[in-house]
Write a protein that binds this ligand. Structure first.
Ligand code: AMP
Ligand code: MN
Ligand code: MN
Length: 320
């Protein structure tokens, strides 16, 4: 698929990604906007996203992201939904629903069929940013577009170390760094560097984690009061679930934090034995085999009990 063919002739284009946008989501949306604006200088192109973390402000177009979700006067000609299905677009979903044409570009196995009129969903792709690279014409790439795609790819692959990294991912990475931006600084500042408060909440989550199922699973939960104490928000929780999963012999990690009283945002991570996308889907969420998420109601004990039944079942099946 080439995205220009899908957008040709459009006067207004909207681009959106999922709620609580991560690096892949921000990188894919901004790269897509930069490319299309270069290809179609006359078009009015708007990126709709909840306010992303400031670490991504080094990307061009960050300041023009519309986080008010101001509804355009007329339905847009094309809506591009990136890195999620339409139900996770948050307040942009109504703009999507009214659009004359919708395109869904995603890599979540839980969205394998796609939710657009045109769909490009590749569950084996490392990231939506890798797919954006696929659909644009390489001669339009420049340093700023390359930087945004690179940020997207490093965030979803854990800097090329998760199993979703393919030879193709590395080849794309090689092309991107050939534009000469300071990738060491970008990886450091957007991926590894944490604020003092982020490190404190990570420490707290690790300190209070509990092993179960003979050490094959680990769980940790942070309530709203604790988040307020450390002055952190959902933007500060990236990476905690993956860190929990890196505990020796742990197959599956559950990390949850309270977003509203008795409502928990859950992150699941797996070493491959458990398909956490299936677990998350059962509770109305989704994701990938090794990384998935959902939102559950109840106390943290209710949430753990509900999730662990499904995880234990899969682990027992895997053991035969
Ligand atoms: P997280 O634990 O939020 O970092 O998410 C892990 C992976 O699952 C990411 O690729 C998310 O986009 C995806 N994911 C998280 N929550 C959901 C959801 N409710 N529906 C579909 N995919 C999700
Ligand atoms: Mn994402
Ligand atoms: Mn992604």
């Amino acid at each position: 698929m080439k995205i220009y063919e899908e957008c040709k002739g459009a006067h207004t284009i909207a681009i959106g990604g999922h709620v609580r946008p991560d690096g892949d989501c921000v990188g894919a949306c901004l790269a897509m906007k930069m490319y299309l604006q270069k290809r179609m200088p006359e078009a009015k192109i708007t990126v709709y996203l909840e306010k992303p973390s400031e670490i991504f402000s080094l990307l061009q177009g960050f300041d023009e992201i519309d986080s008010t979700f101001a509804k355009p006067a007329e339905p847009v000609d094309v809506f591009l939904c990136l890195d999620c299905d339409k139900s996770r677009l948050g307040d942009a979903e109504s703009i999507f629903d009214e659009a004359k044409k919708t395109v869904n570009i995603d890599h979540h196995v839980s969205n394998a069929r796609g939710t657009g009129m045109v769909n490009y969903v590749v569950p084996t792709a490392s990231s939506a940013s890798e797919l954006v690279f696929d659909v644009l014409e390489e001669e339009y790439l420049d340093e700023e577009i390359a930087k945004a795609l690179y940020v997207g790819i490093i965030h979803d692959t854990g800097v090329f170390h998760y199993s979703n990294t393919s030879p193709k991912t590395m080849q794309i990475g090689a092309k991107l760094i050939s534009f000469g931006f300071d990738f060491t600084r970008i990886i450091g500042e957007t991926f590894y560097e944490k604020t003092y408060h982020q490190n404190q909440i990570l420490g707290r989550a690790l300190l209070e984690s509990i092993l179960f199922m003979n050490g094959q699973c680990i769980v940790s939960s942070i309530d709203k009061k604790t988040m307020d104490f450390y002055e952190v928000t959902s933007k500060d929780m990236d990476g905690i679930a993956s860190q929990l999963r890196q505990t020796k012999d742990v197959e599956c990690a559950i990390f949850m934090y309270e977003i509203e009283p008795l409502v928990y945002k859950v992150s699941l991570r797996s070493g491959g034995k458990v398909d956490v996308s299936k677990v998350a889907e059962y509770f109305g969420g989704g994701g990938h085999v090794r990384a998935a998420g959902c939102t559950l109601n109840g106390t943290n004990h209710d949430v753990i009990n509900n999730l662990s039944v499904h995880i234990e079942k899969q682990l027992l099946e895997a053991e035969g």
